[in-house]
Design a protein around this ligand. Structure first.
Ligand SMILES: *Cc1c(COP(=O)(O)O)cnc(C)c1O
Length: 966
């Protein structure tokens, strides 16, 4: 028997639980919080909030949680089942060296990866500068006028290019022509996206070439790859004139590294250019995350999907970055939206932009020249040994006629741990990249050399093998001439540049980010560590299945656990954002109806409170959106929904609801709603972005949902990355499982619904984050997280109720995991707006809550379970202090247009003026609470002028002189 003073081994081990690291609220805190809310226990609180009818009947079946060290060890063993081979597959994914200074200080740095989407411009200047660098880099390399701040992957970027063309040109045709020499996954995703929109995809073949197809004149756009997927550097210049003569657009999928050497599409009049920036420093990651790009001519800029960072000015006239044209974004356009992209790939875009800053134009050119030179040498050697090449021109890729030798060559390749591109029938593909060495070239020759033929000698060929880029397609124009790409050469300078940008921003590493609907919870370091392990990072998505065993296991386990959490029967992790999960889910519903001979079902009912991506996704899935009402309590108006179901009964495809609602309330009649929809033959889509209020307490698959998407970048701890990457798994009930997305390019065929992402596992490399979270939390830990998130939201709502009333609550006054603070009466009384409060919070060191969504003039607060009580109280105290300031405006002590709220955020410079004419003290501007004297975040700019920026749209790096005047 152990002595009574000494704990048992089990007790000691349990004390090391991760759960207590993830959940910021301790039992003693709970005891302080519950009386404020008026509940005796957490159990009682939850029982009073989550409707009994939907409570889980059994706990989740998850493995018992393990410690951080044990989870890492278990995952390491799984990772070891992935085999890292030398990859020459290409097809859109290439080896790259992530510069160490970028790996550690951007990709692995919470100052970058825990940041939120830059809606609050003043606290996001650093990441927006990095994104403007990204946009400038893309514009310069492609030769286009304007580029956005990232797309999800090359294939979906091509699909967005297609629809951008459709709405921008005069041609009324429904045909989109695609060069057969595009990457197969791009063509597959184009087909998925085109079908519901009634667009016909025609792919050119050897007999029906692209120019031949174009002679009909019946097309609105054409897509070609530059260089082609076979490696051929096509002369696409004549296509632009042909396309324009037919009132159609020329889209080009172009390789950015190749564009350092090739005449850019913008110089030969292409209309839209898209592609990936993967090889600019982001590992292959089994397919993602990587930043894709989309650039277009100036005339199309107001139709460009995705987020665009623009330059404006602040109130002091200084240059300031902010998201441009925000009001025309999909959130506002809703059912008129043309794209559903919301979360994009900001973190990978920052990595790519920093790679460009690090190497500069000269460095990028050198890398490209080396790749082209090695390709020339490889080609010369292959020809010397009698191998026939399909492509007569090349940048980095060769397609070799291997005929009857194919199997033998592949056998040798396997033995040498070399991956070639092989799904080409009698041909093999080889792509080189930044990481290719001389030894690699010799290894490749050895695979292809016929018996009895001498091996080529590298040194003999090195000086005489010609580069295979056609002379007349060589680039002559300069690019990336801006100082930012030509200054930070030394690592010291680079390190400080990266640091100077992240210092301007507020991310989770500094303060809570209380964003309703966005769940900014802890992204634990142990969850993040595995994503850059080579066994996860250096995997090609089209490598042979036997090399991907670790990923297969990860996929299987994570899907099993998420099925447990949601109550669904099947899940696909392919969608790489919430919006993509919605889209895949709606395609499943559509395909189901078609399979039952009810293809006429195309009406999608969506309550007015829905997130903007819901109607946008329905639109893209070819459904007709009908908006239904909410009642005065913020709930779905069941009577209105009933009328709509009856009216559209014959054609009802789906109803999309968010649960708990975007108003932060558990609606008690959700089961009834599901039954109603089912009675009319429709399916229920439950937007699972608010799953942080449900995990372990209720499961949408059990209370009547047919399909949900999850946002792993909200509920399951993948960091927001400043606006991506995300993962949006689509989860379905049993009879919809056959309609989950397939991926024929990767050999996952036979599905009714094709690929929705370029890679079969979407943003595969960030999946370890969610795996680690579940593995370390276990069923009870996840449930405790949910309950604590609800507890914290109710604590904030209760403590603020006399200062800012919560707009919607259940009849007993409780909210779910977030609360909407109503500031509209304040504005009516004294002109102080929710935005003024949001900006004043910056002076107090906080990121603002969600502003004016889902209700204009309100702030939506979601604290999450991860925030300690001290931080909740600090936030509440700041809000109460701000309420005191508002009162002084209400009482006329301060004029409505001259007070600390209207002038927020205060920059140091704006306070340190010789004269001070405002009716409040400078000290109050800077240090409204005494604690701020110890730790102060200074906004780098004053409030941004959005209108100026939209009128003077400018989305590239500013000339240096622009800073000189301020
Ligand atoms: C975040 C969110 C989405 C969209 O997710 P993305 O990953 O940004 O595409 C959809 N619905 C709701 C309710 C959300 O909060």
């Amino acid at each position: 028997m152990p002595s009574n003073a000494f704990p048992t081994l089990r007790e000691l081990e349990n004390a090391d639980e991760f759960i207590a690291r993830h959940i910021g609220i301790e039992p003693a805190d709970e005891a302080r919080m519950l009386p404020v809310i008026g509940s005796a226990t957490r159990e009682e609180l939850i029982d009073g909030i989550v409707p009994q009818a939907i409570r889980r009947t059994r706990p989740m079946q998850l493995p018992a949680p393990v410690s951080e060290a044990d989870a890492l060890a278990e995952l390491k063993a799984m990772a070891a089942k992935n085999k890292v081979a030398r990859n020459f597959i290409g097809q859109g994914y290439y080896g790259t060296h992530t510069p160490g200074v970028i790996l550690r200080n951007v990709l692995e740095n919470p100052a970058w990866y825990t940041a939120y989407t830059p809606y609050q411009a003043e606290i996001s200047q650093g990441r927006m500068e990095a994104l403007v660098n990204f946009q400038t880099m893309v514009c310069d390399l492609t030769g286009m006028a304007i580029a956005n701040a990232s797309m999800l992957d090359e294939a979906t970027a091509a699909a967005e290019a297609m629809t951008l063309a459709k709405r921008s040109v005069k041609s009324k045709s429904n045909v989109f022509l695609v060069a057969g020499d595009c990457h197969p996954q791009t063509i597959e995703v184009l087909r998925t996206r085109a079908a519901p929109l009634g667009i016909e995809i025609k792919v050119s073949t050897a007999s029906e070439t692209l120019p031949h197809l174009m002679t009909t004149g019946d097309f609105f756009g054409v897509l070609a790859q530059y260089p082609g997927t076979t490696g051929q550097v096509h002369d696409l210049r004549p296509l632009a004139g042909h396309a324009h003569a037919c009132d159609a657009a020329l889209c080009v999928a172009a390789d950015l590294l190749a564009l350092t050497l090739l005449a850019p599409p913008g110089e030969w009049d292409a209309d839209i250019v898209c592609g990936t920036t993967q090889r600019f420093g982001m590992p292959m990651c089994n397919g993602g995350p990587h930043a894709a790009y989309l650039a277009c001519r100036d005339e199309f800029k107001r139709s460009l999907p995705g987020r665009l960072v623009g330059v404006s000015v602040d109130v002091h006239g200084a240059p300031a970055y902010r998201l441009a044209l925000q009001t025309r974004e999909q959130h506002i356009r809703r059912e008129k939206a043309t794209s559903n992209i919301c979360t994009a790939q900001v973190l990978p875009a920052v990595v790519a932009s920093m790679y460009a800053v690090y190497h500069g134009p000269a460095g990028l050119t050198r890398i490209a020249q080396r790749v082209a030179a090695l390709t020339g040498i490889l080609a010369a050697g292959l020809e010397q040994m009698g191998r026939e090449l399909v492509n007569t021109t090349a940048f980095d890729s060769l397609t070799v006629k291997s005929g009857d030798d194919t199997a033998a060559i592949l056998e040798r390749a396997k033995a040498a741990s070399v991956n070639l591109r092989h799904r080409l029938q009698q041909h093999l593909g080889i792509s080189l990249d930044e990481t290719t060495t001389r030894a690699d070239i010799e290894t490749l020759w050895a695979l292809f050399v016929p018996a009895g033929t001498p091996m080529p000698r590298f040194d003999a060929l090195a000086d005489k093998a010609p580069v295979r880029i056609p002379d007349d397609l060589r680039r002559t124009s300069a690019f990336m001439t801006h100082p930012v790409f030509n200054t930070h050469k030394s690592e010291t300078a680079m390190l400080r540049y990266i640091r100077s940008l992240s210092d301007k921003d507020l991310a989770l590493d500094r303060s809570m980010i209380p964003l309703g609907s966005c769940t900014m919870k802890l992204n634990a370091t142990s969850e993040m560590i595995p994503i850059t392990w080579p066994e996860f990072a250096n995997i090609h998505p089209f490598a042979p299945a036997e090399q991907l065993q670790g990923y297969a296991e990860l996929d299987q386990q994570l899907r099993d656990w998420l099925c447990e959490a949601t109550g669904y029967a099947g899940i696909s992790l392919q969608p790489n954002a919430g919006s993509q999960g919605e889209y895949a889910g709606l395609l499943a519903i559509k395909a189901f109806h078609v399979s039952k001979g009810e293809g006429q079902r195309n009406i999608c009912l969506i309550p007015s409170s829905a997130h903007g991506t819901n109607p946008a996704s329905a639109q893209m899935a070819g459904m007709q959106v009908v908006v239904t009402a909410c009642d005065t309590q913020g709930n779905v108006d069941l009577d209105d929904l009933k009328r709509a179901c009856e009216k559209h009964s014959e054609n009802l495809a789906a109803v999309m609801i968010t649960y708990p609602s975007t108003h932060g309330v558990f609606e008690t009649r959700v089961k009834e709603l599901c039954e109603l929809v089912h009675a009319h033959g429709g399916r229920v889509y439950v937007d699972g972005a608010n799953m942080n209020a449900l995990v372990g307490v209720a499961a949408p698959g059990e209370f009547g949902g047919d399909v949900s998407h999850l946002n792993l970048h909200k509920t399951f701890c993948i960091p927001h990355g400043g606006g991506g990457p995300g993962v949006g798994p689509v989860c379905v009930v049993e009879d919809l499982v056959p309609f989950l997305p397939g991926h024929a390019t990767a050999g996952v065929g036979g599905h009714d619904v094709g690929a929705v992402s370029a890679a079969p596992l979407g943003n595969a490399a960030v999946l370890p984050i969610s795996w680690m979270y579940c593995r370390m939390m276990g069923a009870a830990g996840l449930q405790a997280a949910t309950e604590t998130a609800i507890l914290s939201a109710n604590y904030i709502s209760a403590r603020l109720k006399d200062h800012y009333p919560t707009l919607y609550a259940s009849p007993n006054g409780h909210v779910a995991h977030e609360c909407i603070l109503d500031l509209r009466p304040i504005k009516d009384r004294c002109g102080i707006t929710a935005e003024d409060v949001a900006k004043r919070l910056i002076d107090y060191g906080f990121h603002a809550p969600t502003l004016s969504f889902p209700v204009p003039g309100t702030l939506m607060v979601e604290p999450t379970e991860s925030e300690p009580l001290a931080e909740l109280d600090r936030f509440i105290d700041a809000m109460i202090a701000i309420r005191g300031e508002i009162r002084r405006v209400e009482e006329g002590v301060w004029p409505q247009d001259d007070n600390p709220l209207k002038h927020a955020p205060h920059t140091a410079a704006s306070l340190m003026t010789t004269e001070w004419t405002h009716p409040y003290a400078r000290e109050l501007g800077a240090y409204p609470l005494a604690a701020l004297r110890q730790a102060k975040y200074w906004s780098p700019i004053g409030r941004v002028d959005n209108v100026y920026g939209d009128r003077n749209l400018f989305c590239s790096c500013l000339p240096t002189e622009a800073y000189a005047t301020t």
